[in-house]
Ligand binder design. Sequence first.
Ligand SMILES: Cc1cc2nc3c(=O)[nH]c(=O)nc-3n(C[C@H](O)[C@H](O)[C@H](O)COP(=O)(O)OP(=O)(O)OC[C@H]3O[C@@H](n4cnc5c(N)ncnc54)[C@H](O)[C@@H]3O)c2cc1C
Ligand code: FES
Length: 266
Amino acid sequence: MSKRVISNIISQEEISPKHFRMVIDAPEVAKDAQMGQFIHLKWTSELNQQDPILRRPISLNEIDKKSGAITIIYRVIGRGTQLLSTLKSGDQVDIMGPIGMGFSIPEDSNKLIIVGGGMGIAPLYPVVKELVALDKEVTVLIGAENKGQLLNLEDYETMNVELKASTVDGSYGYQGFVTDFLDDNLADIDYIYTCGPEVMMEVVQRWATENDIKGETSLEERMGCGTGACLSCVCKIKVRNESGWDYKKTCIQGPVFPLSEVIFDD
Ligand SMILES: Cc1cc2nc3c(=O)[nH]c(=O)nc-3n(C[C@H](O)[C@H](O)[C@H](O)COP(=O)(O)OP(=O)(O)OC[C@H]3O[C@@H](n4cnc5c(N)ncnc54)[C@H](O)[C@@H]3O)c2cc1C
Ligand code: FES
């Protein structure tokens, strides 16, 4: 259940240029959080509580139910994330969360694959941790502009997963796009999870359809309320009606949807 809490920042570090990892003490959020959910953030700057007015949605990258800490990784894009990056250990953030429908793990799946691109790698890390804990066979495919932007790379390197990484500038792994790893050798996979730029997810969706592999994808739409009221976050999802699709609210009906049901056409 989503709550609103004021929480203390435990730590914040710049992990690569304009990319920050923030650990927040939020036991009320961690308790109920599931992999794939997000928090809607505001910062409680004493100077100006209303700047910016809207909250910012950020995925949960780690959920530590024991200690009550949650971790987010974010890229500085505009005013909101720039302000967020100025906060330090001991400062406070105003959190609404956890929000949304998270990822699921089908009981009969044994060989699973993760395809993450750019900031889309962030919500996939808790899935990999869970799959490894369940002793599943996991292939992790991640791609980014450069090595510094391959989120959780050091974690994946020490986990019991098959890891393939790509960078556009060639600073780590294969030089090219993460989708270049998708080939027929992977076709005995049972289930796929993906998150990243829309163009990447479209390629993954096509490959999964061709190989008859089911899966889930996490979408990133612009959000206002985060509660299902404003409709700013709608996406097109296939349903059985006359037109074959309907709008769904990414904030509360997503952000995770069945991969085959998402219509990427905007
Ligand atoms: C479910 C979900 C999970 C996300 N998880 C992460 C994450 O883990 N790490 C990360 O770096 N980013 C994540 N994003 C994107 C992040 O929310 C935006 O980068 C951020 O809101 C930009 O805010 P800003 O004020 O810096 O940028 P501005 O461009 O100044 O923002 C202006 C407005 O546009 C919205 N906006 C801008 N870009 C996006 C975007 N890509 N998606 C949604 N709204 C946007 C902002 O929320 C704000 O309301 C996620 C988005 C969604 C929807
Ligand atoms: S963000 Fe308002 S309905 Fe989804």
